[in-house]
Design a protein around this ligand. Sequence first.
Ligand code: ZN
Length: 242
Amino acid sequence: MRIAVLSDIHSNLPALDAVLGSLGTVDAVWHLGDVVGYGPDADAVVRRLREAGAIGVRGNHDDAACGGDSIEGFNPDARKAAEWTRAHVDEATLSYLAGLPEVLTPDGTDFTLVHGSPRDPIWEYLSSSSGARESLAVLETRYCLVGHTHVPLVFRERHGAIERMTVEPESRLELGAGRMILNPGSVGQPRDGCPDASYLILDTAAGHATWHRVAYDIAAVQAAILAAGLPVSLARRLSYGQ
Ligand code: ZN
């Protein structure tokens, strides 16, 4: 199977369209949550995911958008965007977000999908080897796919140690025998210093994962953020990938 793994789309339709347009033929699209929040195109992004037959999990911003208490943990700009999203999404979007599970293991696969971590599926940021070790201790599949940090990253278990590997664009990793946690980076709000949309392709037959970056029309989504009255910082950071 050739599977596209997308995370943290954050209502950024130009970024999602650029990614979907660059995938080639895939057997499945998996997403790791934060479909909405920050950006202006929640309804259209959810429609695209439905059309693509995507399956996925709930992020803290999805939870906040459909009335969950995740909003209490947000900084002021994230909170404003979450309140804006609550006020502007249609019923179809709300029911889609409300129906997202916190954890998903697609049938017949050895992958667990969560937004944050297996320990705390909605909120934990996995950025350290110690956090990864504790997550691997509760993980029931060989591989785990996480988002939430918006940074492409891998944690690999080797001879009892946890190796933390940052990921360069277009790099390929053999999945191999060891257990692993893989982060595809963010489609709609990258935070690794590169503004291009980030995603991951899994080739389960060949046994490898490849990270990709794709440029998109950042100015278009920035204009839409400002036109919607969302915080200006949410537009500005897209230029820097921060
Ligand atoms: Zn996010």
